[in-house]
Unconditional design. Structure first.
Length: 372
């Protein structure tokens, strides 16, 4: 049987295939080097989320703590150096680089959001609520702010102002007094609830920098923060029952912070409390003698947070929220998934920080040996 003809056809096909492959490959290489990269917004979902390793592979899917499939994220890729101003009417937001700490891996940015309604004790009217909510939602974007470490909210208090300083005196009572129906009341309180949610669910750590009055809806906003730093002269109250309305929405966080019985006292009796008492109860984390000392403590907090991996801190915060909102078993199971997520991208952050730790230990041991 003559097999030469089929064999020639196979060899001919193989040669043609190889020639075509090399031509196509050369074309792709030339195109890659000749064409400028597209802006991020114009790239495909695949190109935006392609993993750093395994060029050309499909982006791996990871699962969040609610067991939802998510595309792999990149953290810490921003190169922000000069402060960025994001002003919206009565809200000023400044995004700045984290101060460099010698001998540490600190990096990233932090945002300082200032409520500028000092003439009305930084009260929260509908316009200001919308501006602040919009600002917080823009900060929540991982693509725009991948290395944001901390978001700080504080109230404006101009120097030499005769007005009482205030973090915020709460929802604008003049606006609330004009509400005339259940639908208008529901709309107003829903906006305030959305503001608190936007602050509480930011992926970065959050801090309420309190100087002066912290009342009602303002205290609820502060309760949504991961930390609360206050000056010794600050005062706190949930005064709603004095005005014929209940304390609602994120006042629900108070029992988690101060315990049920103290939360009952706060919302039933509408008493005013000092910063020292709130520190003893657990609402205030750090109390400072004056505003200058408060600024120093907040700066130190930002520096400490920036020493840890940005992805590590975001995953940890997401898990803490699960601990707050779900039962023990769900919280433990979510912790397993959170731990695994840290190793989805080739264990970039764990390897980096563990290596830095072990190298520091080795250097310390060598120093001790030389001393002996």
């Amino acid at each position: 049987m003559n097999c030469s003809s089929p064999l020639r056809r196979i060899l001919s096909f193989s040669q043609s295939y190889a020639a075509g492959y090399h031509t196509l490959r050369r074309s792709l290489v030339l195109t890659r080097h000749a064409a400028p990269p597209l802006p991020l917004q114009q790239r495909s979902h695949y190109a935006r989320n392609r993993p750093r390793s395994g060029r050309g592979s499909t982006p791996r899917k990871i699962k969040d703590i609610n067991n939802r499939s998510q595309p792999q994220r990149r953290y810490g890729s921003s190169t922000t150096t000069a402060p960025i101003q994001l002003s919206k009417g009565e809200i000023e937001c400044t995004i700045s680089a984290v101060p460099a700490v010698p001998g540490s891996l600190s990096e990233g940015t932090h945002a300082t959001i200032t409520i500028r309604n000092a003439a009305r004790l930084n009260s929260l009217n509908s316009s200001l609520i919308s501006q602040l909510t919009s600002t917080l939602r823009s900060l929540a974007s991982l693509e725009q702010h991948p290395d944001l470490r901390v978001a700080i909210i504080k109230g404006e208090h101009p120097p030499n102002s005769p007005k009482t300083p205030a973090f915020t005196s709460g929802a604008d009572i003049y606006e609330m007094s004009s509400l005339s129906s259940a639908s208008s009341a529901r709309e107003f309180i829903s906006r305030l609830s959305q503001l608190c949610d936007a602050f509480r669910t930011l992926p970065c750590l959050t801090l309420a920098q309190i100087h002066g009055l912290c009342m009602g809806g303002g205290l609820e906003l502060a309760a949504c923060a991961d930390f609360r730093y206050a000056t010794a002269g600050s005062s706190f109250s949930m005064p709603e029952t004095k005005y014929g309305i209940p304390s609602v929405i994120h006042a629900r966080l108070l029992p988690n912070l101060v315990g049920w019985q103290r939360a009952r006292e706060m919302v039933y009796l509408a008493k005013v409390y000092g910063a020292e008492e709130m520190r003893e109860w657990g609402l205030v984390d750090v109390m400072c003698a004056d505003e200058a000392r408060l600024e120093d403590e907040v700066k130190g907090f930002v520096e400490r947070v920036a020493r840890h991996g940005v992805k590590t801190m975001r995953v940890q915060k997401e898990l803490v929220r699960v601990w707050e909102e779900r039962d023990l078993r769900a919280g433990v199971d979510a912790g397993v998934e959170s731990f695994a997520r840290m190793f989805e991208d080739g264990a970039h952050e764990p390897r980096r920080f563990m290596r830095e730790f072990t190298e520091r230990r080795r250097e310390k041991a060598k120093g001790a040996q030389r001393g002996n």
